[in-house]
Structure formats: structure tokens, C-alpha cells
Design a protein around this ligand. Structure first.
Ligand SMILES: Nc1ncnc2c1ncn2[C@@H]1O[C@H](COP(=O)(O)OP(=O)(O)OP(=O)(O)O)[C@@H](O)[C@H]1O
Ligand SMILES: [Mg+2]
Length: 260
């Protein structure tokens, strides 16, 4: 393994990514590489384009210009001659199945148990063997500390527990990349810690993660790199201690001053 590291390719390669909603330019040329196993935290003010960028990575939004590669494949398009051609819905679904996403609102299926929520995509969408999917779900629930909730319904769980189920559900498709969009913002303050701890464990276990969050302490402890976005640009990035402890850009300084 280690001998190969020198030549390891980034898992995510975003190049000059532009995105506009009608005349509103939201992403204005984003370049970002994420290495396998790396944990990148994206910070930035409201409206700076963080969610839009995450949504572009799994093609929930189409980009206007530039390219996003995940695992060596361009997301949403393929090259035909020198032209980009849109991928079919099936091909996009296949790409998306390698990327797990966790949102602020956990959106579990209310009429399904925890177990059913987790095996739905592997069995229903990917045709995985049911017994194997259940075994995997049980392993994932142990990983997020919810082995005792296998047969509970979402309404019987706290917000923090529901979010941990949502994380287990995202992991059930065995993603090579996990995207988190403010996963703790909808939680009562006392429930934030348990979700962040789960995410810290995943980070330590080597999962590749891009996390949008306002939890500065998580960024400091769990991130390999902190990226600061402002107005559709990455204005600064680096090691957490550098970006958080000694920000260089005035916009980063102004943003971080709010958390002191
Ligand atoms: N579907 C959409 N249609 C039109 N405009 C949109 C859409 N989604 C986002 N926007 C606009 O794009 C800009 C960036 O939004 P985005 O949600 O990416 O910001 P953000 O950095 O995630 O902000 P927050 O911290 O508040 O979540 C905002 O001005 C927003 O109003
Ligand atoms: Mg957002």
C-alpha cells in the first residue's frame, strides 16, 4: 500500500467549476482535489455556494462549466471526441451510487423501521442479497452506536439518533466518498456531539469525506484540510491549525471572528 501512495490519484478532482441559477452566478471557478482517505471541511458564509458545490459533486445539480471527476470518472458527462455528452439517467445513478450524502434534514422514510431504511437502497435499488444487506446494516448500526434500534421507527428516535441512522443508510451503499451538508444544523445542541463523534470515527477509519459544517471544533480536530469559500470562490485553504488559527484572507478572518 505505502509504496503506491506516491502515485495515488485524487479521488475527487474539481476543475474550474462554474454554476449559475439563471443570471445568478453561484460557483465562479472552484478547483479542489481530495485525496483518498482525506477529510475536507468546507466553511463559509451563508450563500457562498457550499451546498451547491456538494450537490454538483453527485450531480444533483449540473455544472455550467469546468469538470468534476470522482474516482477517475467525469460526473454527469462523457467525452465524445472533444464534446461533452450528458450521461444517461442510468449511468448517473451508477455514479451517484458510489457517493453517499447526508443532509441537514435526515429524511428517513417514516413508515419504515431503521433496518428497512438502511437496506432499502442496497436491496431495492442495487439488487443486493437481502440477508447480506441485513448483515451489513447491523454492522453499520453497531458502527454508529445504534444496535438496539434496529426495529424502531424514526419517530421513536431522537434527532441525533435519526441522523446517525441517516449516516448508516448513506454508508450502506458502500460509497467511496461521503458528502455531509451541515449534518448537525437541525439538531438540538445537546445532540450535536453524538453525531460529530460518529463522523470523527468515520474520519479515523479512513473514509474520504467532504463536510460542510459550522462546527469549528470538528474542523479543528477531524479535518485534514479546511477550505474557506466566499462568494463562489475558494479564497483560502490549508491545515486546520493554519486556516483557523492564523487566517490570511480578510474574509476568512471576518468569518472566523464570529466564532470567537
Ligand atoms: N435551486 C436554486 N435556484 C436558484 N438559486 C439557488 C438555488 N439553490 C441555491 N441558490 C442560490 O445560490 C446561492 C448559493 O446557495 P447555497 O445553498 O449553495 O449556499 P450555502 O453556502 O450552502 O449557504 P448556507 O450556509 O446558507 O447553507 C444562494 O444565493 C442561493 O440563494
Ligand atoms: Mg448550504
Amino acid at each position: 500500500m505505502t509504496a503506491m501512495n506516491a502515485t495515488t490519484e485524487p479521488l475527487v478532482k474539481a476543475r474550474n467549476v462554474h454554476k449559475a441559477y439563471e443570471s445568478l452566478e453561484v460557483l465562479k471557478g472552484i478547483d479542489l482535489d481530495v485525496m483518498p482517505g482525506e477529510v475536507v471541511v468546507i466553511l463559509g458564509p451563508s450563500g457562498s455556494g457550499k451546498s451547491t458545490f456538494l450537490r454538483c459533486i453527485n450531480h444533483l445539480e449540473a455544472i455550467g462549466r469546468g469538470s468534476i471527476m470522482v474516482g477517475g470518472e467525469q460526473i454527469g458527462y462523457r467525452l465524445k471526441g472533444d464534446r461533452l455528452v450528458k450521461l444517461s439517467a442510468n449511468a448517473i445513478a451508477r455514479q451517484r451510487s458510489r457517493i453517499g450524502m447526508v443532509f441537514q434534514q435526515f429524511n428517513l422514510y417514516p413508515h419504515m423501521t431503521v433496518l428497512q431504511n438502511i437496506i432499502e437502497a442496497p436491496v431495492g435499488v442495487h439488487g443486493e442479497n437481502r440477508a447480506a444487506a441485513i448483515e451489513n446494516a447491523e454492522r453499520l448500526l453497531a458502527r454508529v452506536g445504534l444496535s438496539d434500534k434496529v426495529h424502531s421507527y424514526p419517530r421513536q428516535l431522537s434527532g441525533g439518533q435519526q441522523q446517525r441512522v441517516a449516516i448508516a443508510r448513506a454508508l450502506a451503499i458502500r460509497p467511496q466518498l461521503m458528502l455531509f451538508d451541515e449534518p448537525t444544523s437541525a439538531l438540538d445542541p445537546e445532540l450535536v456531539g453524538e453525531v460529530l463523534n460518529t463522523m470523527r470515527d468515520l474520519a479515523e477509519q479512513g473514509l474520504t469525506m467532504i463536510v460542510v459544517t459550522h462546527e469549528i471544533s470538528f474542523a479543528r480536530e477531524a479535518a485534514d484540510r479546511v477550505v474557506f469559500m466566499d462568494d463562489g470562490h475558494i479564497v483560502e485553504q490549508g491545515k486546520p491549525d493554519d486556516v483557523l488559527g492564523n487566517p490570511q484572507h480578510p474574509r476568512t478572518k471576518a468569518f472566523l471572528a464570529r466564532f470567537l
